[in-house]
Design a binder for this molecule. Sequence first.
Ligand code: GLY
Length: 435
Amino acid sequence: MAAKNTRKKKSVLVVGGGGREHALAWAFGKSSQVGEVYVAPGNAGTAATATNIPLGPADIEGLTKFARKEKVDLTVVGPEAPLAEGIVDRFLAAKLPIFGPTKRAAQIESSKIFAKELMWEAGVPTAPAEIFDDVEAARRYIDIGGAPCVVKADGLAAGKGVTVAMTEEEAYAAVEAMMVEKRFGDAGERILIEDYVSGEEASILALTDGERLAVMIPSQDHKRLKDGDAGPNTGGMGAYAPAPVIDGKTLKTVTETVLEPIISVLAEGGTPYRGCLYAGLIVDFEGPKVLEFNCRFGDPEAQAVLPLLRDDLFNVCEEAATGRLPVTRFEWRPGAAVTVVAASKGYPGEYEKGKVIKGLDQLEEKETLLVFHAGTAEQEGKIVTAGGRVLAVTALGPSVGDATKKAYGGMELVKFPGMQYRKDIGHKALARSGG
Ligand code: GLY
């Protein structure tokens, strides 16, 4: 007689309601260890396969109470804001297991100056920069250094605190907006002015217990709204993995010259970093340089990377959060994944909501074709738009080219008024492979 598996199934709470959180909930739901996936607040997609909890990511007290009451085995935080606010410190004080960095360690994303100083200390390749808390000094620096340059508000500014200034006028205007008009409040009190580096961008996600780390396959985001990397910046209109701009040798270089030194310097300074560390890179003729760090999984990168992961993500995150990272290398499915994001009319500015989404029932969810919801809600039995980025289709295939065709085939079945999506996700990988 087969032995009965009497091990109690675990519960996991995913904090957030975007596509990244749907992808995390999906990955946790596949774990043989997991019996219950909660998402707070989630979206119409997570409602179909997990339990949505009506608590927002900012409600740290509410989330703590929920995790305690339901004896949640692990909480995983999607967005940066609650991490920067100290959700991990609060959970740890309440002896609740949570995967993510503490408020101090999360400064790697919440303070551009903290991150830059850390990179200088760790000897990480990054663009030269100067720090300013005085507007006249910042203006003088631009008078002398000129443009192009990158002006960065120190703090979190809802993704709008970085200006790539191609002219001196743009650089002065960015300094004015941040330091004089205080458009981002305290976040712009101190700024960085950085040398402009041109090259191809890539994202590397690494999971760490504060000491050991395991690096995920490289991915590439598409930050601009329109094809050909034109139009305004967005939260990300699509992604693919693996990104060939980071080959095996370059990934080793990034691990040894970026990720390992950062984790060591943080640990040595008494601020061990547990969670997902995201290095936003630019690769130029000199090699990879760090543009920024994020203290969480990337969105939409997670939607392309996680479907390729063979390891049990819950097991890895739980052990990294509560003890030791159980792996130093991840196992990956062969091939590639491509994620195409559909957004509402008006996004990334003011956007429409409440539009009925049709065609989702025609998309049969398979291991190789997935729909991750972001800004969606259920209204009178219908799925409607409820955010700027609405949903994404992720397809897996033997190559980026195959996965791209499949993802667009899926996206063509989905319709809502004002729907916009890029038609060229994966174009840089396709150009490298000649197709
Ligand atoms: N894809 C960019 C980000 O997650 O910040």
